[in-house]
Design a protein around this ligand. Structure first.
Ligand code: DX5
Ligand code: ZN
Length: 244
């Protein structure tokens, strides 16, 4: 199994199965892993945090059963991530990533992110926090810390920070370049063992500025599963940090 605590020699590719053929899911996953994808990215949506419904812990369990060595990167776009920690741990998830927008102090009465990170770790999973494009950071004029109020106290504990480069909800949207400002801000603050992931609109072109901003895990759904040559896409993303 991939060790995400090690700084990778090149940006890693997380294949988001939302754009795979759901009727042939295991074959699709074997195909992209065989071509060099490093992680499988599972987008869980609850119909509340975002309007869409996608997949749940049973998909995770099925992939773990058929792909015992795969790194299963679970991205929860849900209002109550704490309700699903035990389920995804039992279903074999490797990484459990939830959103800062459902946490205190960004959300009044929201969840305690530190407490949830510790529960995730106690269950043997890596823990990550995701940030939506419109969520402000420090210095955005309102005098507060924005997403940093959630992330900063946890910098010593997080295994991954995920910068969303589309508004979450579906695959196939255009990359929002302004979010790279968040990546540039976060990168120097992260431990060498904490990965910086980007998700949304990533392809051979958009991966380059993302890599330059310090991103080391590239999520891709439509650009990978929709490509005529999937190997070429993976190769381009692996090479996205190279100059030229
Ligand atoms: C969006 C999801 C993404 C999505 C990416 O809400 O979190 O993981 O599948 O899709 P593309 O790569 O097509 O933008
Ligand atoms: Zn995602």
């Amino acid at each position: 199994m991939l060790d995400l605590r090690k700084t990778p020699p090149h940006p890693l590719v997380a294949a988001s199965i939302l754009s795979a053929d759901f009727g042939r899911m295991v074959e699709e996953c074997k195909d992209v892993l065989g071509r060099g994808a490093d992680l499988l990215h599972l987008d869980v949506m609850d119909g509340h945090f975002v309007p869409n419904l996608t997949m749940g812990q049973d998909m995770c369990r099925a992939l773990r059963k058929h792909l015992p060595g795969a790194y299963l990167d679970v991205h929860l776009m849900v209002e109550r991530p704490g309700d699903y920690v035990d389920m995804f741990a039992a279903a074999g998830a490797s990484h459990f990533c939830f959103h800062v927008e459902v946490c205190k102090p960004l959300l009044k009465g929201g969840i305690d992110a530190g407490e949830l990170v510790r529960r995730i770790h106690d269950k043997g999973m890596a823990a990550g926090l995701a940030i939506n494009p419109p969520t402000p950071g420090p210095g955005s004029g309102n005098g507060d810390q924005g997403f940093m109020a959630v992330i900063e106290p946890l910098l010593g504990e997080l295994d991954m920070v995920l910068v969303m480069s589309v508004n979450p909800g579906r695959s196939g949207q255009a990359f929002i370049p302004e979010v790279l400002e968040k990546a540039r801000l976060l990168k120097p603050l992260l431990r060498p063992t904490t990965r910086l992931e980007i998700d949304g609109g990533i392809n051979a072109q958009t991966a380059r500025p993302a890599a330059a901003a310090g991103v080391d895990v590239m999520v891709t759904a439509s650009a990978l599963f929709g490509a005529a040559d999937r190997s070429a896409v993976i190769k381009a993303l692996h090479g996205s940090a190279k100059a030229g």
